[in-house]
Design a protein around this ligand. Structure first.
Ligand SMILES: *[C@@H]1O[C@H](CO)[C@@H](O)[C@H](O)[C@H]1NC(C)=O
Ligand SMILES: *[C@@H]1O[C@H](CO)[C@@H](O)[C@H](O)[C@H]1NC(C)=O
Ligand SMILES: [Cu+2]
Length: 233
């Protein structure tokens, strides 16, 4: 049941978003780098579906349920900019994050399944503005998310994982995830951490997953994006 105190803009906006939701969701399907300015789909383990994952504890959370390993590995200079493009706009409100997974010894970015506590968050996107009637998330309506790979990241092979969390249905967060296979070159001497496992990077009960965008008097303070704090380099 929805306890709607304010017959608000938020309700209208969320209703419109729900209508759109039945048509198509969204996938991070293209990686843009300095060397791939037009973007490449063949460095991403392409999710089979543009519909969200609903179980944050499933092994599918690591790199989504995908159609297989990607045929290529993108070479990225540490300190350079990257973007993930989507096949539709991020029309659900909610936070986003970018993780780097360090490929273990004996594996490559083209083979590793992403298991183990080897993931570091390097960026997240939360709430830009919160008014008594609406939550403005930074990524709402974005077709592309942008980030800089910290210059201090050590050279090596990684999975670069984009995550968006749709908070349209109170208490039932939706997860949109893709992994790109990358090789970072000209890296730095930073010590990555804290390392987390995915799934396991947040609990299903995280307040940042459970909030109800239709309730405005949460008293929850500033919004905190689920998962660890981003690595500062
Ligand atoms: C991953 O997702 C697919 C498609 O929804 C499902 O069939 C499969 O059981 C899931 N795997 C796990 C480990 O949850
Ligand atoms: C990412 O960069 C593109 C190109 O500059 C821009 O259009 C887009 O709004 C940016 N995305 C976000 C979420 O800021
Ligand atoms: Cu939806």
């Amino acid at each position: 049941m929805i306890n709607l105190r304010t017959p608000s803009l938020a309700f209208l906006a969320l209703s419109l978003l729900s209508i759109q939701a039945v048509l198509a969701h969204y996938r991070f399907d293209t990686l843009i780098t300095q060397d791939l300015p037009l973007g490449s789909k063949s460095v991403i383990r392409q999710p089979k579906s543009w519909n969200p994952m609903l179980d944050s504890t499933s092994k599918n959370m690591t790199c989504n349920f995908h159609s297989g390993l990607a045929p290529e590995i993108a070479v990225i200079k540490a300190g350079s900019d990257i973007s993930f493009k989507l096949d539709n706009e991020i029309f659900h409100p909610g936070p986003g994050a970018l993780y780097l997974g360090a490929v273990p010894e004996g594996e490559s970015a083209g083979t590793w399944d992403g298991s183990g506590a080897r993931w570091v968050k390097i960026k997240n996107w939360g709430v830009r503005e919160y008014t008594p009637t609406f939550w403005y998330f930074e990524l709402t309506r974005a077709w592309q998310v942008n980030a800089t790979i910290p210059a201090a990241v050590p050279s090596g092979e990684y999975l670069l994982r984009a995550e968006h969390i749709g908070l349209i249905d109170p208490g039932k967060p939706q997860f949109y995830v893709s992994c790109a296979q990358v090789k970072i070159v000209d890296g730095g001497e930073g010590r990555l951490g804290p390392f987390v496992e995915i799934p396991g990077h947040f609990l299903p009960t995280d307040p940042g997953l459970q909030l109800n965008l239709l309730q405005h008097d949460l008293g929850m303070g500033p919004y905190r994006v689920p998962g660890p704090d981003p690595w500062e380099g």
